[in-house]
Design a protein around this ligand. Structure first.
Ligand code: ZN
Length: 91
C-alpha cells in the first residue's frame, strides 16, 4: 500500500485512497499528529479540466450510456492526476 507523508509531522499516515478522495473544500486531519492537511490549490485547475471535460461530453452526439462511461473515465483521470501531481499541503 502506497502511503503519503503528512506535511506537518512527516509520518506516512495518508493512504492512496485518502489522497484520491481529498477535496479542496474539506480538510483532513493527520492520524498521527491531528493537524489539518489538504490538497494544494493546483487541484482547482484539475477540477476545471474535469468540468470542461464533462461539458464537452454532454455536447457530443454520443448515446447516453457512452456519455456515462466517458464521464466516469474523465472522473478517474481527474483522481489519477490528483494522486500523481497535486501535492498535499498544510491547512
Ligand atoms: Zn501528521
Amino acid at each position: 500500500m502506497i502511503m503519503y507523508k503528512c506535511p506537518h509531522c512527516g509520518n506516512e499516515s495518508i493512504s492512496l485512497f485518502k489522497k484520491a478522495d481529498l477535496d479542496l473544500r474539506y480538510k483532513s486531519k493527520c492520524k498521527n499528529c491531528g493537524k489539518k492537511y489538504g490538497l494544494s490549490s493546483y487541484s482547482y485547475l484539475l477540477d476545471l479540466i474535469f468540468v470542461w471535460g464533462c461539458f464537452l461530453i454532454q455536447n457530443t452526439s454520443f448515446t447516453v450510456p457512452l456519455k456515462i462511461v466517458l464521464g466516469i473515465l474523465v472522473l478517474l483521470v481527474d483522481k489519477l492526476f490528483n494522486i500523481l501531481f497535486v501535492p498535499i499541503v498544510k491547512k
